[in-house]
Design a protein around this ligand. Structure first.
Ligand SMILES: *Cc1c(COP(=O)(O)O)cnc(C)c1O
Length: 385
């Protein structure tokens, strides 16, 4: 199916809704039945039919179909945040005594989930470099059950060879998970490379308008329906029908936005190339990236997010960020607006900072503005360093 069909048509059933072009927001908690028999029949298929909106809601179901199709999986579950999606996908596939192999710099709350919260329940995690398949082989234990990838990650952009790790996981009967938020399903398709569950913070590129927090888990019907009835329904991390509708609206322009942000990143990076104040660039398609060959092998494009390190101290970093006029100082990324996020602005005392992330690192998220406006703003701000 063409991406346009997924974004504009799939799942919308307009004939049942007055041929309305925009889908209905079915803002209801529950659904009623003409008879007890009809209710009983519905309840037997709670995964696929409307009974109670914690389970199935028709507006949310449109979104589930679109996101599953974008990732090339049979089904998907949407959640009230990307972190909830990570938590359900991880918890739903582990029990006490299991061991997880995870990349060493995942999203901070994923790190906390695996490194702290799950440790309380007797799950052990090895955080590994992950840039070589041998790192996975060395970390393998008799009770290893899961591998968790984030390729690339969202501060320093290391990659894993997705197909190679998926094959490793299959050889050892491990379930494989990846956080694919950076690339979006347009630029990287991990399920086609053999990964079992693909997770997104839909807050980022999928929604793209910085007005919804949401997450998604994409996978086979078998795994998704099990997660639905055993884990997702008990923990209840729902997305509201209204937020699902906003996300469907955001998705309409996914191709336009993702490509424009990517174009902007490429333009800005070429304009910054060789600048005397810039120490290094972190961007998977940049020639200086140690894994740029792998990046080009498994990703169609890089998105609009990258980092730079600037030759200065914390005060210089502050002057740089504060003098930007068209970048807002904020966390998150993947929206229509450009953002700057300095490590120096984290409220973490230096001794607790991740030593693998340089203090002079600044992350930039390209929005969909005029690329020249963004480049000129950055060049002017670099003069303040
Ligand atoms: C933001 C983010 C998350 C968490 O998603 P939320 O929607 O904020 O809960 C997970 N992974 C990555 C890579 C992210 O950037």
């Amino acid at each position: 199916m063409h991406v346009s069909e997924i974004l504009n048509e799939l799942g919308e059933e307009r004939e049942n809704y007055f041929q309305a072009v925009s889908p209905a927001i079915i803002q209801t908690s529950n659904f009623s039945y003409p008879s007890v028999k009809a209710m009983r029949e519905t309840l037997q298929q709670e995964f696929e039919r409307p009974f109670y909106s914690r389970g199935y809601n028709p507006t949310v179901a449109i979104l589930r179909q679109k996101l599953a199709a974008l990732e090339g999986t049979e089904d998907a579950l949407v959640c009230g945040s990307g972190s909830a999606a990570v938590a359900i996908a991880v918890l739903g596939n582990l029990k006490s005594g299991d061991h997880v192999i995870c990349v060493q710099k995942p999203y901070s709350w994923t790190y906390k989930l695996l490194g702290t919260l799950l440790e309380r329940f007797g799950v052990e995690t090895s955080f590994i470099d992950g840039t070589e398949i041998s790192h996975f082989e060395q970390a393998l234990k008799p009770h290893t059950r899961m591998v968790f990838l984030e390729s690339p990650n969202s501060m320093t952009f290391e990659l894993q060879d997705i197909a190679e790790v998926a094959a490793f996981a299959k050889r050892h009967s491990l379930i494989s998970l990846i956080d694919n938020s950076y690339a979006s399903p347009l630029f990287q398709q991990p399920h086609a490379l053999g990964i079992d569950l693909v997770i997104h913070s839909a807050t980022k590129y999928l929604n793209g308008h910085s007005d919804v927090v949401a997450g998604v888990i994409c996978g086979s019907k078998k795994i998704i329906s099990r997660l639905f009835s055993e884990d997702w329904m008990t923990m209840g991390p729902v997305l509201s029908p209204h937020d699902a509708w906003l996300l469907i609206r955001g998705l309409r322009t996914l191709e336009l936005r993702a490509n424009r942000s990517a174009d902007n990143a490429a333009f800005v990076l070429s304009g910054l190339k060789g600048h005397s104040k810039i120490e290094s660039v972190y961007f998977p398609f940049d020639e200086s990236h140690p894994q740029h060959t792998l990046a080009r092998k498994q990703m169609k494009r890089c998105s609009g997010l990258f980092s730079i390190t600037i030759r200065t101290d914390d005060a210089g970093i502050e002057r740089f960020c504060d003098s930007l006029k068209h970048f807002q100082i904020a966390c998150s990324w993947g929206g229509y607006e450009s953002l700057v996020f300095p490590v120096a602005g984290l409220a973490i005392p230096p001794e607790k900072r991740n030593p693998l992330i340089p203090d002079n690192l600044v992350r930039l998220s390209m929005g969909i503005e005029d690329p020249k406006l963004l480049l000129d703003d950055l060049l002017l701000a670099l003069e303040q360093v």
